[in-house]
Design a protein around this ligand. Structure first.
Ligand code: ZN
Length: 289
């Protein structure tokens, strides 16, 4: 890549909404930031149509503004090097009228969204890029749109034909955050015993865990042990008060999942193409400086 020994390691995570960075990969981000890696988050939207207790809007002009503030709080806790926005609008859950808003993330063409993602890859020059998996973790349209955009952008960033304010840059690895489906299968069986309906899961009861097992049985290529930073991850999650982040480790359906998955975060590797049986413990394994 470059010959300079001063070139720092850098990780860029594209996540669709404020809170995704803490709830899904907060341990990984905190871990690498503590190791001196420059960790950046680009959020696809500001979570404009997320659930919001009106009392929490005091001092803010909108839900998006409040959630951006929560993201900045989490970024500080996780010791991120920077937070940026693709500038799209939250599309809401499948079937919601917000899906069709002209600025909705899910209503953009892949080319358009990929061009914005290329800009950040070229500007921030990460060796490792992370985003949502092909079913967007839990089938949120913004997560799926971002997965498609970042997958295309990862290739385009190094293509000199593609024009941007910054010169071409080739990141070395691309990962998709994904939930281990063998554990989730267990969860689907155990949930009813805990009084949780696995077909109507989550704060809005709009997630079918069973369908995630069926449609998203992706291989796990990297397992990151986040035990040493679990308190930081929980503190960052707690910044997202409007999304129930303060109780994520203690009670409710998210706590159930967290206990199920333990203190590990899991990823599928998209690039370089994984060899059979690949199981990494470090997303920077094999990265050259
Ligand atoms: Zn999200």
């Amino acid at each position: 890549m470059t010959e300079s020994t001063n070139t720092p390691l850098s990780l860029l995570a594209f996540m669709a909404h404020p809170s995704d960075e803490a709830f899904t990969i907060g341990g990984t981000l905190a871990l690498y930031a503590r190791q001196g890696v420059k960790v950046f988050v680009v959020s696809g939207t500001r979570g404009e149509v997320g659930e919001m207790n009106p009392a929490l809007l005091k001092g803010f002009n909108s839900t998006g503004e409040r959630r951006e503030w929560e993201l900045q709080c989490a970024a500080k806790t996780l010791a991120l090097a920077g937070v940026y926005f693709l500038g799209y609008r939250d599309s809401g859950m499948p079937g919601s009228p917000d899906n069709n808003h002209p600025e909705a993330m899910a209503a953009q063409s892949v080319d358009e969204a990929a061009a914005r993602a290329v800009h950040f890859i070229r500007m921030l020059k990460p060796q490792v890029v992370v985003t949502h998996d092909p079913i967007g973790g839990y089938k949120h349209p913004d997560h799926i749109a971002l997965y498609r955009a970042v997958t295309q952008a990862f290739q385009q960033a190094s293509d000199p034909v593609f024009q941007d304010e910054f010169p071409p840059f080739k990141p070395q690895k691309l990962y998709y955050q994904t939930i281990p489906k063998d554990l989730l299968r267990w969860g689907v069986r155990l949930a009813p015993l805990r009084g949780i309906d696995p077909h109507h899961f989550g704060r809005n009861r709009d997630i079918d865990l069973a369908s995630l097992v069926e449609d998203g049985d992706f291989p796990i290529h990297a397992v990151i042990d986040c035990r040493s930073v679990s308190a930081i991850r929980d503190e960052a999650s707690a910044c997202h008060v409007s999304q129930g982040g303060e109780s994520i480790g203690r009670k409710g359906p998210m706590a159930f999942l967290r206990r199920l998955f333990g203190n590990t975060e899991t990823f599928m590797r998209a690039y370089p193409p994984p060899e059979k049986g690949l199981r990494e413990k470090d997303l920077f394994e094999g990265v050259r400086l």
